[in-house]
Design a protein around this ligand. Sequence first.
Ligand code: DUC
Ligand code: ZN
Ligand code: ZN
Length: 473
Amino acid sequence: MQRASSNSNTFDLVIRHADVVTASERFTCDIGVRGHRIVSLGEDLPEAAVEIDAEGLLTLPGGVDGHCHLDQPMPDGMRMADDFFTGTRSAVCGGTTTVIPFAAQIKGQSLVAAVEDYHRRATGRAVVDYSFHLIVTDPSPTVLNEELPRLIGQGYTSFKVYMTYDDLKLNDRQMLDVLDVAKRHGALVMVHAENAECVAWLTDRLVEQSLSAPRYHAAARPPVVEREATHRAIALSELVGVPILIVHVSGREAIEQIRWAQGRGLNILAETCPQYLYLTADDLSGEGYDGAKCVCSPPPRDKADQQAVWQGLAGGVFSVFSSDHAPFSYHDDHGKKLGGVEQPFQKIPNGVPGIETRMPLLFNGVHEGHLSLHQFVALTSYKPARLYGLYPRKGTMSVGADADIVMWDPSLRKRIENANLHHAVDYTPYEGIEVSWPVHCISRGEVLVKHGRYLNPPPGRGQFLSACRPLLD
Ligand code: DUC
Ligand code: ZN
Ligand code: ZN
């Protein structure tokens, strides 16, 4: 694939005969890269130091994972298995060349301190480029009036708020305050929509009956709990007059609320994730404690919900498809078996790993006729780049964009096996599913994956990306 050039240094890299697919176009050309950027899309480009023949492959913009958790500070002895090194290594092996994890405020902590701490965790570790969302858990007057406006101006233009989890949740008034700051300063608020009081009430009833197995996680968070919070978040957004993005939408009841809002002309955006296409609540009922591997919130639903999510992806309800990678190992005292013991459902660390399998699993939607290739690019790269202020540097294939390029062979099908993944988690909930994989992955002009093999680039080559204003259309 590579050959040395003796007579030209016009380009550092040329990709020949590329069948380029973006969110809106498909064309064949040679791609010329100089330094980190695409500098030419043309024909018969002169020879470069590095050459790749893309004949027979699809050439797509690198993926942007707009929702993943890496090395996030956790309470109660929990610890994420992936840091910025293993997480971004895993990302690029699955075709993702930009990740956006969360700088999370601990209640009582300054938001600026949370961001500084998160930079320390990322610096020198990332293999691909990264940006940060914020998680706002304590919207004090200082946070609302000083820290958030300053951080938005410095390139942190999206933040997540939670309607559940005791250590993270905001009440409605606090949500209104945060939405108001987003409106005045041009940021995007992402909402985790589950009704905390309902979850607590249902959990107490299950615990009273000594029902503690992983499968009761789904019973404690039924669709109505997500539906109610989704509707309430929409109402709060309407009241303030600012768009929101509802994250990890799990099935038809929440989708109905979002469709209803979108039909009324409200600017309600939505995200879904692989677990809502490939898992159901039955996966929480595995042998013994095995169901803990699929405990995430909202929980996976049923087959009809999976169908509704596929239809929502195809029909435009969803703007983005993210992993919500939450890397807790199964055999780990800091993971699913906290303290070395099996936990009652309400204490199991929430989340499933999926940063490497996100794009291959959605590519199956193209393979099976659910989605067009353009929709695949829009959901996994173009739209998250725009919403999170990284476009046109990321999310497209145009002159001036970063050379983040992923080449796929749609005919190459291989089963997912955790042994072949590059994260530090000891399982994948998608073991055995057959998918297409990226063949070559390029990040800012550098080949990091070649013929499916990870080339071990040095940790720290990934750069922090300061985000611009969200582009919502
Ligand atoms: N739910 C979240 O809200 N975040 C991480 C993982 C999960 O399941
Ligand atoms: Zn969440
Ligand atoms: Zn999450």
